[in-house]
Design a binder for this molecule. Structure first.
Ligand code: NAD
Length: 259
């Protein structure tokens, strides 16, 4: 159903973003990949998408902390694909510390990558989506766009901000056939979360399994959310049955925010 659509997925060299890029390619979307990592691995992944799904796949190394590089990425995607139908803002980082010990440079980086980057990708993409009178924007937020946890001041602030941005973009474009939604996952076992598991295991002098169990206490299912399930959600939000879903904060969190 999405065959021939053009999509940008930021942060698609790892974890959730990578799963989203694969699912969109499987649906026949051309993809602009973005994110950091080993150059050879990224090139192998890009080629896999092209060969397996017979789509166009290109890669942008743009740093989501750099507004000019974001502008150039969107401009390159527009030149290569001529239109952008789907924008997924996924790139994100994490750092944990109590507020009084939170390094200011970590605060700035998290706000830039987890919040401001989406403002820039959206503002540069919207004019042509408005011209074509169609578009799908999906922001990968977090349960931390809805509720707080200790030691995550910057992350929780950025994700609450991203929830606000999502709602405003949805309202401003409600009559343009452009939807903007937020997906709010609970714990997903990706490199971003593995680091938190390792840190907890080290700090508490416990094994990895004990650290995982402690982390999953927040999630009533006691199961990690699968990246593939989030990717399927994105495909649905980009498909033909989702035109009335806009400005929504869609949880996929094993019941975390129910309690
Ligand atoms: P991940 O570390 O596996 O992937 C993060 C991606 O962002 C990578 O591709 C990385 O290269 C990219 N990235 C980081 N900084 C960047 C920058 N400056 N410029 C460009 N790309 C950059 O993490 P993940 O768990 O897949 O997280 C993806 C998104 O999902 C994040 O926004 C995160 O906040 C959100 N999220 C994750 C979880 C979870 O439990 N893993 C839960 C809720 C929300």
């Amino acid at each position: 159903m999405l065959k021939g659509k053009n999509a940008i997925v930021t942060g698609s060299t790892s974890g959730i973003g990578k799963a989203i890029a694969i699912r969109l390619a499987e649906e026949g979307c051309n993809i602009m990949l973005n994110g950091f990592g080993d150059k050879n691995e990224i090139e192998t992944f890009r080629r896999e998408l092209v060969e397996k799904y017979e789509v166009k796949a290109v890669y942008s190394a743009a740093d989501m902390a750099n507004p000019q590089e974001i502008a150039d990425m969107i401009s390159d995607a527009t030149k290569i694909f001529s239109t952008i139908d789907i924008l997924v803002n996924d790139a994100g980082i994490q750092y944990t510390a109590p507020v009084e010990k939170f390094p200011a440079e970590k605060w700035d980086a998290i706000l830039a990558i987890n919040l401001s980057a989406a403002f820039h990708t959206i503002r540069h993409t919207l004019p042509q989506m408005q011209k074509q009178k169609s578009g799908r924007i999906v922001n990968i937020i977090s349960v931390h766009g809805l509720v707080a946890s200790i030691e995550k001041a910057a992350y929780v602030s950025a994700k609450h901000g991203l929830a606000g941005l999502t709602k405003v973009v949805a309202l401003e474009n409600a009559k343009n056939n452009i939807t903007c939604n937020g997906i709010c996952p609970g714990w997903v076992l990706t490199p971003l979360v593995q680091k938190q598991i390792d840190d907890r295991a080290k700090a508490g002098g416990k094994g990895e399994d004990a650290a995982k169990e402690e982390l999953l206490e927040k999630q009533p299912t006691r199961e990690f959310v699968k990246p593939e399930d989030i990717a399927a959600y994105v495909v649905f939000l980009c498909g033909p049955h989702s035109s009335s879903i806009t400005g929504a904060m869609l949880t996929i969190d094993g019941g975390w925010t129910v309690e």
